[in-house]
Design a protein around this ligand. Structure first.
Ligand SMILES: [Zn+2]
Ligand SMILES: [Zn+2]
Ligand SMILES: [Zn+2]
Length: 166
């Protein structure tokens, strides 16, 4: 089951009950937007998620002090398929990043992908999300591409773009 926003807030509010640390490491699957030129990342990616998406994508919360695990989820945060998190983290991207727009031929395309990210919380205060996962790494799952020029969109919904289960 994905965490509810109430349960998430209660967890980060309470912190670690063992070592009393308020600093928690949240691991979550969230959307990142990547500017592309000819199919290659061109410029800095930006985050494209809201608070509720961060909560929904959360698959692990651990204490940053003593590393005690406070929450884990194994089902896919998007489709709830069993063991979806493990499959998502291990699988390679299978939505090829487009080299140009199919509508107008422009090479400037913005891709949206699910990536595993780490967000450090101190009480309710969250640091900026960070990810080590690039398009060539396992765990990176693009699912949408939008042309900067004509706004033509290619998007995948089925199978689940995150855990790739039909
Ligand atoms: Zn602790
Ligand atoms: Zn276009
Ligand atoms: Zn899924």
């Amino acid at each position: 089951m994905p965490l509810s926003e109430e349960a998430f807030t209660a967890l980060v509010d309470a912190g670690c009950l063992d070592c009393k640390s308020k600093k928690l490491t949240v691991e979550t699957y969230v959307a990142q937007q990547l500017p592309l030129l000819g199919g290659e990342v061109y410029g800095s990616p930006s985050w494209g998620y809201k608070g509720e998406d961060l909560v929904r994508g959360t698959y692990r919360i651990a204490c940053a002090g003593c590393t005690k695990e406070l929450f884990t989820a194994t089902a896919c945060p998007r489709c709830e398929a069993p063991d979806g998190v493990e499959r998502a983290l291990e699988a390679e991207n299978d939505f090829p990043l487009p080299t140009s727009c199919t509508g107008c031929g422009s090479e400037l395309v913005t891709a949206t992908a699910y990536v595993p990210a780490v967000v450090v919380y101190e009480g309710k205060r969250a640091a900026k999300a960070r990810t080590q996962t690039a398009p060539e790494d396992p765990g990176f799952h693009a699912y949408r591409a939008e042309c900067k020029q004509c706004r033509n969109v290619a998007e995948r919904r089925v199978p689940c773009p995150l855990c790739t289960l039909a």
